[in-house]
Design a protein around this ligand. Structure first.
Ligand code: CP
Length: 354
């Protein structure tokens, strides 16, 4: 067992650090559910049911509090991280996750160092990747990139962000942080007083992390009293997300006035940077939070990062800051999916994976 699991932040950084043990206390991990991921790709949140998200998050909590390195779960496996768009957290947290499990990495930190510079297609690159590794983690500026590489790819693929499309393992990291903060959201909640008001400062229809977060949030609909979306766009959802929200039966409201709703929110998810067309754009960065904002005393803030000035660093030292826990926990979420996709659950300590 690792030390520092009593609520102190083992990363030594600021903010709220909920104890991961609370997520698995008296709730065994169901490895039969995780085994269903063997050999699969992760391209969209839509492929998940709530029970799978819960088991991945519980497994990540286990990995966060357990010294797993001595079991070498990814020994002999080669993971290709192919990033055709900038990243701090996603590429490095995947690579850290792999190396801490004794796997090996081939990394493309910038797509222009590949044959893409000569006009090589993603489908041709996919054919090559089949011979070089066991799993590929890809980020790309184009929403269609996942489809293109999968034309010839026969390895499992993890979509690490496709343009303004999706970022499914980010959504897993987001909900891992929320579930550590409020483990009761695992349950089917029946009392309104136990539900949360969820605020989204951003444009789900144009931002991949917000899109994936919203889709995953709908799996936890019994825990959500209402969803409030604060965006500068007239239609921040688009037709598909609007239909999904309507069919979830969660009451939702859209506004462009943050002050109207801020003091009512329990969880606030914010983001402002998105890759749209051929460049990064900043949407919704006029909706700012800082330590003086009119937040509920126990409200928590999530942000996939990188941030601009919409999220003031003076919030970092407060207990509203769940975004550092969210970012740090991504390593364990990524370990959980890598071990499952690569069918290495049998490498866990015998008393755990029965
Ligand atoms: N959250 C996230 O996707 O961050 P990066 O862009 O740094 O990978």
């Amino acid at each position: 067992m690792k030390e520092n699991t009593n609520g102190d932040n083992p990363m030594g950084s600021h903010g709220l650090y909920p104890n991961p043990q609370e997520l698995i206390r008296q709730d065994e991990i169901n490895f039969e559910i995780l085994k269903k991921l063997a050999g699969k790709s992760i391209v969209s949140v839509d492929q998940f049911e709530k029970e799978m998200v819960l088991e991945i998050c519980k497994f990540a909590a286990f990995l966060e509090v357990t010294d797993i390195a001595s079991h070498h779960p990814l020994d002999g496996k080669i993971i290709i991280t192919a990033f055709f768009e900038a990243s701090t957290r996603t590429r490095l947290s995947f690579e850290s996750a792999v190396l801490r499990l004794d796997g090996k990495i081939i990394s493309i930190p910038m797509g222009k160092t590949t044959g893409a510079a000569k006009g090589e297609s993603l489908s041709d690159m996919g054919e090559m990747f089949n011979a070089y590794g066991d799993l590929i983690v890809m980020r790309h500026t184009n929403t269609s990139s996942v489809e293109e590489i999968m034309e010839n790819l026969r390895l499992p693929l993890i979509n690490a962000g496709n343009g303004s499309g999706e970022h499914p393992t980010q959504a897993l990291a987001d909900w891992f942080a929320i579930l550590k903060w409020k483990p009761r959201l695992k349950e089917n909640i029946v009392k309104e007083k136990d539900q949360i008001n969820l605020g989204i400062l951003g444009t789900p229809g144009s931002m991949r992390a917000v899109n994936s977060f919203l889709r995953m949030s709908l799996l936890f609909k019994t825990g959500i009293r209402k969803i409030l979306i604060v965006s500068e766009m007239a239609d921040p959802l688009g037709p598909e997300l609007t239909e999904l929200l309507k069919s979830s039966n969660i009451p939702f409201q859209m506004t462009n006035d943050i002050n109207e709703i801020l003091s009512d929110l329990d969880v606030i998810y914010m983001n402002s940077i998105t890759f749209l067309g051929d460049s990064y754009k900043s949407l919704d960065s006029r909706f700012k939070l800082n330590a003086q904002s009119n937040l509920k005393e126990d409200a928590v803030v999530l942000h996939p990062l990188a941030r601009l000035d919409e999220l003031d660093p003076d919030l970092d030292e407060t207990n509203h800051n769940l975004y550092f826990t969210q970012a740090h926990g991504a390593v364990f979420i990524r370990q959980a999916v890598l071990i499952s996709l690569l069918n290495r659950l049998d490498r866990l300590p015998k008393h755990v994976a029965k």
